[in-house]
Design a protein around this ligand. Structure first.
Ligand SMILES: [Zn+2]
Length: 172
């Protein structure tokens, strides 16, 4: 059944899709492109720096990142991520699927990503910039991993109430 991309909207924790592994995209066709465009729209609507398909309820291996002033927004289809063996850097992250929650996540500073773009063409980028952290955060979403799965015991305590409220809001 084709996806009605117009109706795709942001999914919040504890929706099960956020905790599942997404499936590889078999072919970059018009439907895949429409989903990617909707992800870009939602990312801007909610003022995010990145968004992964499961966050819009689609279990596909696609995510998008927001460009800087003179850089375009980018689409990554079937991404593969390689992390450099750098020291882990702690940084406070939020997530559009976990409103009100900010936790410190330690990640390598440098990464290389290989993916297909919105036209189905492969590309490779290496960065030691902030985008390398966004790639890791969004790539985690494709494997059902959330920042709350990577937080410290201290953050676990401090976010307990907010997580409980999200569960209550979802009626679960
Ligand atoms: Zn997120």
């Amino acid at each position: 059944m084709p996806i009605d991309t117009e109706t795709l909207s942001l999914v919040h924790y504890p929706a099960p899709i956020l905790q599942e592994r997404s499936k590889a995209v078999a072919e970059v066709n018009d439907e895949v492109r429409a989903v990617a465009r909707r992800l870009i729209e939602l990312m801007h609507e909610h003022e995010g720096v990145g968004l992964a398909a499961p966050q819009a309820g689609v279990p596909w291996r696609i995510f998008v990142t927001r460009g800087d002033e003179d850089e375009p927004d980018l689409v990554y289809i079937n991404p593969e991520l390689t992390l450099a063996r750098t020291a882990l850097e702690p940084f406070e992250e939020g997530c559009l699927s976990l409103p009100g929650i900010h936790v410190t996540v330690r990640r390598p500073t440098t990464a290389t990503i290989v993916a297909l773009d919105i036209d189905g063409n492969p590309f490779t980028v290496t960065s030691d910039d902030f985008i390398a952290r966004i790639w890791q955060h969004e790539f985690d979403h494709l494997n059902g991993t959330l920042i709350i799965n990577r937080m410290s015991p201290i953050d676990r305590l401090s976010t307990r109430k907010a997580l409980k409220e999200l569960k209550l809001a979802a009626g679960s």
